[in-house]
Design a protein around this ligand. Structure first.
Ligand code: NAD
Length: 356
């Protein structure tokens, strides 16, 4: 298969983890005879330094031409200036909006070998296998912002169409999994959440009567996610609740470093990135965990290129490497030989070795 893949390493540990993701992608392409063209471009803080814009026109054009985009992470303290539009995060919001990727998928499963890396008791993690579908291009992050000397406001708004399209993505996923969808809102307080709940209820009854739906308030869901995480199958929620809950859920898996994500719209083009940020505290030391990025490559192959076999090969290579003792510093406590850990590059080597 031919495909054009945009590679945006970004800032901090982004280039370090993306390098390992690219090695795995190239190895799989060679093994299966695919012809992937990988093109890198500046994005985030490095693009601000180069041309004064976190999302240069040439980078956006490349992404719009591509079949899929692999992103590392963006941001860092040196780009915290007063103009919010020149911050790296503004580039990421624009990229998601301009690509029309409104559904952010974040699978969370806990490999038995990594249970002890989680701050939760191992018995709570048994059977955890859930997917968050976070609405990504609406809500309070995109609403009108105001500020004067003594007050500030951020508008949260949603349309029925925005809620419907992300619910359909989540419901299709639930149908292909264990057939259960949990929708999270704050409908006892927020008008947008009442619209959200009514829309989800109506759409599910009309289009997905075979999928079991439950509604939960965000505050109690935050608690249940820790108390009984194995009960969840697919969770759909709005942008800000999803942002917060997915970081919470990532701790089930032990580290921010192991969780992948896929951002999808109506077509097959998607944006794939680990859920962590640029980790300025460890950047440049070659110790970041590349597993989240490598698993994001698997999601890219599955969702944008339809290459399920190749995606599954990468996932099982990662799990076999973990079983064989692969531990970067962030998950080293989950090691029989606690404290011993490998570099980012060595972690990539370990996955490549399992790919054969
Ligand atoms: P972070 O995710 O970068 O780091 C949080 C903690 O997790 C740090 O201690 C870090 O060392 C650790 N960590 C993260 N990824 C890791 C990995 N792969 N391996 C080992 N340890 C890892 O979050 P933060 O510190 O709040 O943010 C740092 C910068 O990243 C900020 O500028 C923020 O805006 C940005 N950010 C970007 C994205 C993105 O690019 N999508 C997401 C979140 C934060």
């Amino acid at each position: 298969m031919n495909a054009l893949i945009a590679v945006l390493p970004g800032d901090g540990i982004g280039p370090e983890v993306v390098a390992e993701g690219v090695r795995v992608l190239e190895a799989v392409a060679e093994r299966h005879g695919h012809d992937f063209t990988l093109k890198s471009a500046d994005f985030g803080g490095v693009a601000i330094d180069a041309v004064g814009d976190p999302l240069p026109r040439s980078t956006l054009d490349l992404c719009l031409l591509s079949d899929a985009i692999l992103l590392g992470a963006i941001g860092g303290p040196q780009w915290g200036g007063s103009d919010p539009l020149r911050r790296p995060e503004a580039g990421l919001l624009r990229l998601r909006r301009d690509l029309g990727v409104y559904a952010n998928l974040r699978p969370v499963s806990v490999h038995p070998a990594l249970r002890s890396a989680s701050p939760l008791r191992p018995e709570l993690l048994e059977g955890v296998d859930l997917v968050f579908v976070r609405e990504l291009t609406g809500g309070i992050y995109f609403g009108t912002k105001t500020r004067d000397a003594t007050s500030a406001s951020d508008l949260c708004s949603y349309t029925v169409a925005e809620v419907e399209r992300v619910t359909r993505v989540a419901a299709r996923l639930a149908r292909a999994r264990r057939g259960k969808l949990t929708s999270i809102d704050k409908s006892n307080v927020l008008e947008t959440s009442r619209l959200w709940r009514e829309t989800v209820t109506r759409l599910m009854a009309a289009e997905f009567p075979d999928v079991k739906v439950e509604h939960a308030l965000v505050d109690s869901a935050a608690m249940h996610l820790i108390r009984r995480p194995a009960d969840y199958d697919v969770i759909v929620t709005e942008n800000m609740f999803g942002d917060i809950l997915t970081d919470e859920a990532s701790m089930l898996a032990g580290s921010l470093g192991v969780s992948p994500s896929a951002s999808l719209g109506d077509g097959t083009r998607g944006l794939y990135e680990p859920i962590h940020g640029s980790a300025p505290d460890i950047a440049g030391r070659g110790i970041a965990n590349p597993i989240g990025t490598i698993l994001s490559v698997a999601l890219l192959l599955r969702h944008s290129l339809g290459l399920e076999t190749e995606a599954a090969e990468i996932e099982s290579a990662v799990y076999r490497a973990v079983e064989a003792g692969l531990r970067t510093a962030d998950i080293a406590s989950a090691s029989v030989n606690a404290g011993a850990w490998v570099s980012t590059r060595e972690a990539g080597d370990a996955v490549l070795a399992q790919l054969g």
